[in-house]
Design a protein around this ligand. Sequence first.
Ligand code: SF4
Ligand code: SF4
Length: 389
Amino acid sequence: MPPILANYYLTYKCNSRCTYCDIPVKPENIAIKESQPETIIENLAALKRLGVKVLDFTGGEPLIYRYLPEVLQAAKSMGFFVSVANTGTLYPRLAKELVGLIDDLKFSLSTTDRGEYKAERGIDGYDKVIESLKLARSLGERPSIIATATPESIWGMEPVIRLAQDLGVVVLLGPVFEFCGNELLHRDGIRELQRLSRFDNVCVNWAFLEFYLNGGNQVKSPRCRAVSSTIVISPDDHLLLPCYHMHDERLKISHENGRSNLDELWLSAPVQQKRKEEGSWDFCQGCTIWCYFETSFLWPPDQYFLLNMKSKLRWGKEKAKQYVEARTGLNLTRKLPGSKDKSVVKLPANPIRGVNQAGGCGTCPSAGGSAATESAGELVTPVEFSRKM
Ligand code: SF4
Ligand code: SF4
């Protein structure tokens, strides 16, 4: 099977300083210069020749890359499915230029509390992200929120879900992975993600949650297909192996007469040897770097493959709902999470009830405050929720 995805790092620069990421501050990254758009477009043609279907333009903050619209235009004209995850803090100034160029537009947001946002990301960006989400919707885009759950933020995800429901967008919830010495989610945090996954507008990757609970990649029987499935390119035009986060090899891509040799490089013997060894190095033990597992789970078929497919179907359903709601004005979202879902109603910490009474989250400033005054079984309406926001 050919590689499916390219993780294209356009820049390592970023205007945020997230507590769980060293990309913009790593000394060797600071010195790296971004490629010219012609170089990137030649690489896109090589990726096309290899059979890659999905391009994920990433960083750093990809919106910092000066020639982003030009590159996205080329990617769309070549027929790629294009994904861009960004902070949402720079989007408003570029929004009009980007309309129609991104199939999967994601804004990172893990809290509805401005102070917590700043503590996690190092900048006062919360209002800008909300502005970006509304602006993207008004321009006819179908954006998503991507929320990284840390051991602290996981217990404040219900307001994020409510926010996504109010804005009519999907929220992708995923656990933080081990990188820069992060503390991982504990078992109860993963169980919380599984519980939250039942609510409207929420998507998780159930395969990945199971994988996380099972201890991640095991070097004796690797589940990782990072090299087989995903091509990783650095801002300064190198193929990174085996993955961005643990790359121990950087192979320079050559360009001659307007043609990139990226495809020949990927098919070369040394890279194919790496491919045979993927997931088996010492540093791969227990790996949960989810960027590579969504595609890794596409082969070979096993329980993760099936759960991954189920997650994709859910994502497709939620995005279709978002599309229909935007086009018709119909309200298909159960604004009170789980209100029509018996299995969810049975859950002890159902957010339609007073949160504190249910023994749930104590970090949520809006729902927690209201819970104290609500009688058991009283519902918080979307309007009330918006006022509390
Ligand atoms: S926004 Fe992304 S690249 Fe920037 S610091 Fe945060 S995690 Fe890292
Ligand atoms: S297991 Fe993790 S660290 Fe090892 S190659 Fe795969 S993604 Fe990279």
